[in-house]
Design a protein around this ligand. Structure first.
Ligand code: UD1
Ligand code: UDP
Length: 368
């Protein structure tokens, strides 16, 4: 039997959610297809390591345990990426896979791309072609480099295909939809059946806002972080804020002082997050993944950034870009409240594919 050997490189929270969809499609492929077998091994860089940022996702989403964890941990970009690169190079020299599959735009993505490309191993980039056109974001640099060296570029949206074409990248580009949509469709019912988060936090549906803040552009800029927290503190509707460890560290003791009706909690599991998102009246976030989940779960989203890669959400009237100034955030919230905190009824249902993105990716990787 022919074997296609894949090394999947992950390291950060959103990558576990994305890779879960593909590993599920890999097992389904191996169960149903004859003639070709996929041998997938997961390498965890160790970029995220708190139980609530890593282990909980592997358990809940039933992702096979990593064959190896490089345990790189936190550090400045150069050191963190370099340690991943050195570790991945050793693994790839030993394993010599047919593909290295990378996800999104983190330092783990960049290290996976560079390590493989230098060894002439084909790179498959899931979530290719996204652009903010803001090179001050570490994510933008990671994506641009990853796309440049990838042999297979799996684009979630039409805009991401166009972005690549503008950069002259056409070969190997496949618009397959968004694997995070596959994950939401697969897990929402499970979340309803198993998550106890609404009861645990004594929350009533549609009576609270959900917020997340972790991007460097906000956490590392005291004026922006203060602006966001001022806006949160001034809102009458209670806000639930599962706090990313990066933001927790920046706030330090100030965490206790996050005022008003803001309820700071630890990061939650994926199924709990889906339930919080679905039941929120409105979502305020600088996360990439959470912006899209808001749309899929039909909740208005205010984006706490100056731009977004997910431009189709803004065009569809489902997402308002507010940045970090308190007045702009309040205006965006008020605008959604003025519309009854509901999304436009005529929104298109297929901006991100048909929920079978992972199967399409597996088909390209196996040539089937
Ligand atoms: C990374 C990604 C970002 C992504 C985010 C998802 C890069 C450059 N950034 O940001 O694109 O949106 O993941 O969540 O790759 N920390 C802990 N425990 C952990 C992980 C991190 O305490 O398990 C703290 C450490 O103080 C660390 C800080 O968070 O220094 C930042 O972690 P890092 O992995 O460098 O970047 P993120 O902000 O998580
Ligand atoms: N998420 C989660 N628990 C949380 C916050 C986020 O499970 O407390 C999930 C969220 O539902 C989404 C993913 O993590 O699937 C997004 O990751 P994050 O916001 O850390 O990164 P980004 O998408 O901005 O890169």
């Amino acid at each position: 039997m022919e074997t296609v050997k894949i090394i999947t490189v992950v390291g950060a929270r959103p990558q576990f959610v994305k890779a879960a969809a593909v590993t599920r499609a890999v097992s389904a492929f191996n169960d149903t297809q004859g003639g070709v077998c996929i041998d997938e091994r997961i390498v965890h860089t160790g970029q995220h390591y708190d139980e609530s940022m890593s282990k909980v996702f592997f358990e809940e989403l039933r992702i096979p345990s990593p064959a190896l964890n490089l345990d790189v941990g936190s550090g400045p970009h150069g050191r963190q990426t370099a340690e991943m690169l050195a570790g991945l190079e050793r693994v790839l020299l030993e394993e010599r896979p047919d593909w290295v599959v990378i996800y999104g735009d983190t330092n783990s993505t960049l290290a996976g791309a560079l390590a493989a490309a230098k060894l002439h191993i084909p790179v498959a980039h899931v979530e290719a072609g996204l652009r903010s056109f803001n090179r001050r974001m570490p994510e933008e640099i990671n994506r641009v480099v990853a796309d440049r060296v990838s042999a297979a570029l799996f684009c979630p949206t039409a805009a991401s295909v166009e972005n690549l074409a503008r950069e002259g990248i056409i070969d190997g580009v496949h618009q397959v939809g968004d694997v995070m949509y596959d994950s939401v469709l697969f897990n929402t019912k499970l979340a309803e059946q198993t998550s106890g988060v609404m009861g645990r936090l004594a929350l009533k549906a549609k009576a609270f806002y959900l917020a997340t803040v972790h991007r460097a552009e906000n956490t590392d800029d005291p004026a922006r972080l203060a602006g966001i927290l001022e806006a949160f503190g001034g809102m009458e509707t209670p806000i639930v804020l599962p706090l990313h460890p990066r933001t927790r560290k920046t706030l330090g003791a100030d965490r206790e002082r996050v005022g008003g009706a803001v309820r700071v909690i630890d990061p939650v599991s994926y199924l709990d997050m889906l339930m919080l998102e679905r039941n929120a009246r409105l979502i305020l976030t600088d996360s990439g993944g959470v912006q899209k989940e808001a749309y899929w779960l039909a909740v208005p989203c205010v984006t706490l950034r100056d731009e977004t890669e997910w431009v189709e959400l803004v065009e569809a009237g489902c997402n308002r870009i507010a940045g970090a100034a308190p007045e702009a955030i309040r205006q965006a919230v008020d605008a959604f409240e003025g519309e009854g905190a509901s999304l436009p009824a005529d929104r298109s249902g297929d901006l991100y594919g048909d929920g079978h993105s992972a199967e399409k990716i597996v088909a390209v990787l196996t040539g089937r």
